[in-house]
Design a protein around this ligand. Structure first.
Ligand code: KG4
Ligand code: ZN
Length: 346
């Protein structure tokens, strides 16, 4: 007998994107994202403004996701939401909405760890790559996190390396701010880097133990270098924009790759994935594939749309949890910090 297909509606509101998705098992029926342009002039996400924008966006986005999926509400088997980590005010909007909807429809509620979502985005049917085989390492790089995750099973993962200060996305965004780009500047660095010489300028390389990361020294080195150059030539940035972006991007990628290679060698793992907003970076995508061919790794690079925050990755994580009846109840609350293993081992 064929098993019934599971339809899950998921909501993601951990930072500055309000997203809703409907998945039938691992297939995306809809995955809509409302971004928030309101932050760009402030050089970063303003939590209060983000919460307000989520409140304005959530009903239209969920409604549109259900319509696009072409389903009736009574076909939905469970409601999933991002419990954390993230901005508390933002998370509360998605959490409250999901709780109300689960109560109204009388269906199970699933609380998802955002960081599991980034890793498990690889298991969305149209993720753009084969599904990774376990065990695999996933370099999860976003605006808030930089982690090397050892994934043994969909719901059994361990962080074996993490940043001790800034995240890789912050290294991109803060460097971009020095150059004069609006927030988030990561994608703009990527765009300009494509026409630049990555070896034009060199910056200080961090030395960190184990598989951990540090980006604050690199950020300072970039800042001082630019300030010094500008004293000699006030047009330094505009005259060297592409080379500067390429060199900054190259420096960040080399830091990321060094620890990843160390971790892969140490654990003897040949399946290597990347995830999170920064994995949309074209230089990183290229470098991981190059390293893959030189080291004999099988690499997994998801489509752009599943790298940055999206609700499809929350829905696919919830599908794994649904199959193990890992439901939560109406007492659940959003949490700015969530221990990494809180999905698998409750
Ligand atoms: O995963 P994400 O969408 O949100 C968080 O959970 O943080 O990641 C956002 C981060 C931002 O720092 C943004 O600048 C960075 O991902 N990002 C990029 C690119 N696209 C997004 N950084 C470098 N190159 C890109 N193409
Ligand atoms: Zn994220």
């Amino acid at each position: 007998m064929r098993q019934k297909q599971t339809i899950i509606l998921a909501i993601e509101s951990s930072c500055d994107d309000t997203s809703a998705a409907v998945l039938k098992n691992y297939t995306v029926l809809s995955n809509l994202i409302a971004g928030q342009s309101v932050h760009s002039e402030y050089g970063g996400v303003v939590p209060e403004l983000a919460s307000r924008a989520h409140l304005q966006n959530i009903v239209p986005v969920v409604d549109a996701a259900i319509k696009k999926a072409d389903i009736n509400k009574d076909e939905i088997d469970a409601i999933a939401f991002t419990k954390g980590p993230g901005l508390l005010g933002s998370l509360i909007v998605g959490t409250s909405f999901a709780k109300s909807m689960s109560l109204a429809l009388n269906i199970p509620l699933i609380d998802v760890n955002h960081m599991y979502g980034h890793v498990l985005a690889h298991f969305i049917d149209d993720a753009g790559n084969d599904k990774p085989e376990f065990p695999f390492l996933c370099l999860t790089v976003s605006g808030g996190h930089t982690q090397i995750v050892l994934a043994r099973d969909p719901l059994d993962m361990e962080v074996i390396g993490t940043t001790i200060d800034d995240a890789a996305g912050e290294a991109f965004d803060k460097s971009a701010k020095v150059i004069g780009f609006d927030y988030p500047g990561g994608p703009l660095i990527d765009k300009h880097a494509q026409n630049g010489n990555k070896k034009a300028f060199q910056f200080a390389k961090p030395r960190v133990d184990g598989f951990n990361y540090s980006f604050s020294g690199l950020k300072t080195s970039i800042l001082y270098f630019i300030q010094k150059q500008e004293q000699e030539n006030p047009n330094f940035i505009s005259e060297n924009l592409d080379d500067l972006c390429a060199s900054i991007q190259f420096a960040i990628i080399e830091v990321l790759m060094k620890q990843l290679v160390k971790a892969a060698d140490y654990h003897g793992i040949m399946n290597i994935a990347i995830a999170g907003g920064v994995s949309a970076n074209s230089g990183l995508r290229e470098r991981i594939k190059e390293l893959g061919s030189s080291k004999g790794w099988k690499t997994f690079v998801p489509k752009f749309e599943y790298c940055t925050d999206n609700a499809a990755m929350i829905a696919v994580t919830a599908k794994f949890m649904f199959d193990k009846s890992m439901f939560t109840d109406q007492k659940v609350s959003a949490q700015a910090r969530v221990p990494f293993n809180s999905n698998g081992v409750k």
